[in-house]
Design a protein around this ligand. Structure first.
Ligand SMILES: [Zn+2]
Length: 282
């Protein structure tokens, strides 16, 4: 949606760099206008009215004037500072990582309210002290959802069979999720996935974030899911370059399996039961 000549918006700073003698160019993430580049003139001078407020890892209320190349920041106020988020290096680094994922996922000037709300909520959770890894995985899974690339963790991505807990699976990001042991897959591009990791991936898709925060999990399973989601997003966010070539390769080696994907509503929704739990309660 094109912005009016003068407008006010909520915004989170995704990145910024110094420009000229005293200016700074910011990438702002907004709910209505998506990602946009804006210039804050004179912001690096000690006398600048804008200076201290135009910080990343905070929610701002920004007034902008449309410009030819960049919109110009005219006023800014901090609406959520999330100060506790910056208390630890780990949560600060996680917050930057989440911002970078958002930056890579969205286009300029496209309305992205869902993603904006997701990033804001993740920052609130980090600020409230939730474990950084849990916030990051929850965010990654929901980001994939928002981008329409939700990983398949209930059925085999090739034969569409419901996965059974007592079989072996592989995690194949270029194919979009889990491959069952019966389907031949490309060994170099897939990794074994434990049943606990599969359960945890399902939990990230189905449970609300408060329930996820309360799960007790072995660190090994958390690390496995971290690696799985990292690989998945690597392919999903670069899908033109990488996974298409890979998919072509896969298709060359064997005939395509016709499959009907289940409608979203037909996926059984399991709430926080021990089955989804991946919980290992003692
Ligand atoms: Zn299969």
């Amino acid at each position: 949606m094109p912005a009016p000549r003068l407008y006010v918006t909520d915004a989170i700073v995704l990145s910024r760099f110094d420009y000229g003698e005293a200016d700074r160019i910011m990438t702002l993430f907004t709910p209505t206008y998506g990602k946009l580049k804006a210039i804050a003139k004179g912001v690096r001078r000690t006398t600048s009215r804008l200076g201290g407020s135009l910080e990343p890892l905070a929610e701002l209320r920004v007034a902008l004037a449309r410009g030819r190349t960049f919109d110009v920041v005219t006023q800014v106020e901090v609406t959520h500072a999330w100060l506790s988020l910056r208390d630890s290096l780990e949560s600060t680094a996680t917050a930057w990582y989440l911002a970078e994922l958002a930056d890579r996922s969205i286009e300029e000037r496209h309305e992205t309210e869902g993603l904006y709300v997701l990033l804001k909520r993740a920052y609130e959770l980090l600020d409230a002290g939730m474990a950084t890894g849990r916030v990051a995985r929850w965010y990654e899974m929901n980001l994939a959802d928002e981008l329409g690339v939700r990983p398949e963790v209930d059925r085999c991505v090739e034969c569409d069979r419901m996965l059974e807990a007592d079989e072996e699976f592989r995690w194949v990001p270029p194919l979009g999720g889990v491959l069952c042991h019966r389907c031949p897959g490309p060994p170099a591009e897939s990794a074994g996935l434990s049943v606990d990791a599969l359960k945890l991936l399902k939990a990230y898709q189905r449970m609300d974030v408060e329930a996820i925060a309360a799960l007790r999990l072995p660190p090994l399973v958390e690390r496995e899911v971290e690696g799985a989601m990292r690989d998945f997003l690597h392919f999903s966010l670069d899908r033109d370059a990488r996974s298409l070539a890979f998919l072509d390769e896969v298709r060359r080696t064997r005939p395509p399996v016709p499959r009907a994907r289940p409608a979203a509503g037909s996926i059984p929704v399991v709430a926080a039961t021990p089955e989804t739990g991946a919980t290992t309660e003692e």
